[in-house]
Write a protein of this length. Structure first.
Ligand SMILES: Nc1ncnc2c1ncn2[C@@H]1O[C@H](COP(=O)(O)OP(=O)(O)OP(=O)(O)O)[C@@H](O)[C@H]1O
Length: 270
């Protein structure tokens, strides 16, 4: 027997091994039914970096994130987590990989009948064997990390929008994720609360070494905290820029990226 099939399989199932790369999207095409949202995407995310998925409304940013957190299977291409080809691994292993991810959606869906502390405790109760006393201690730690230690016994309805985000963030941090995904972290927040959330994201990255992937079109956040990113185009339905927002602003010759980064309107765009 020759080793050919195995080596082919190995090539298909491994990313080009670079220990600094934690996530890698390779020739990925995404869509719903017959509709293609984005095609042939290629980008890599470094461990401990803050990476942004950028682009105008409706270009497919959330769809790309959905695929990376295991909610939407790509139509083509691969998504690697370390050296694992995520969508080619068996479901059980995929679930295990996903548990290394924390996710904070635009509107953190906190259970309204549970207190903030009980909401944060849920993932620990579901996925660990930690004792109730130790869960309570861990929950207090996570809430302290996001500056909400005083809110442990409050109900979600008693929180402001910014506090709800931070409570959602504490829950996303419950299992000490390697990667945190944020969908529009600043959406609906005033500029000061939004800046506080940016600082918190930076603190988490710097203090815990967590890799952060965020979907955003908030320029102040993009310029102040993001290290690297991909810019998606709604017209050609693929990426038209790779790099830090500041770099793209200064160096991109693409008129769509320039207009976006400089908040200008394109001539034929209302
Ligand atoms: N479940 C779905 N079924 C069919 N089409 C969908 C679905 N979810 C999103 N889409 C479509 O995919 C395209 C991209 O949507 P997506 O929400 O990913 O864009 P986005 O860049 O995140 O937008 P925004 O910045 O406005 O949130 C849109 O045309 C949207 O209507």
């Amino acid at each position: 027997m020759t080793a050919v099939p195995n080596s082919l399989q190995a090539a298909e199932n491994s990313s080009h091994k670079d220990p600094d790369i934690i996530l890698k999207v390779q020739n990925m095409t995404l869509g719903f039914g017959s509709k293609i949202v984005q095609h042939d995407l290629n980008f890599s995310i470094k461990k401990g970096s803050i990476f942004a998925i950028m682009g105008p409304s409706g270009c497919g940013k959330s769809t790309v994130m959905k695929s990376m957190i295991g909610l939407l299977q790509p139509k083509a291409g691969a998504f690697f987590v370390g050296d694992k080809n995520f969508w080619k691994t068996p479901l059980q292993e995929r679930d295990k990989i996903s548990r290394r991810f924390g996710v904070l959606f635009q509107n953190p869906a906190l259970w309204s009948s549970l207190t903030v502390g009980e909401n944060v405790a849920l993932p620990l109760q579901m996925f660990t064997k930690i004792s109730p006393q130790n869960i309570r201690k861990l929950v207090a730690l996570k809430l302290a990390l996001v500056g909400l230690d005083y809110a442990i016994d409050l109900y979600p309805s008693e929180l402001s929008g910014g506090m709800r985000k931070r409570a959602g963030l504490a829950r996303a941090l419950a299992l000490d994720p390697d990667v945190l995904f944020f969908d529009e972290p600043s959406a609906g927040l005033d500029p000061i609360t939004s800046k506080r959330l940016d600082d918190l994201i930076l603190n988490i990255r710097d203090g815990l070494g967590t890799t952060i992937v965020m979907v955003s079109h908030e320029l102040p956040s993009l310029f102040s905290i993001v290290d690297d990113g991909v810019f998606l185009d709604a017209e050609t339905k693929t990426s038209i820029g790779l790099g830090a927002p500041e770099y793209l602003k200064e160096h991109s010759t693409n008129p769509i990226i320039s207009a976006f980064m400089n908040r200008e309107r394109l001539e034929n765009n209302e």
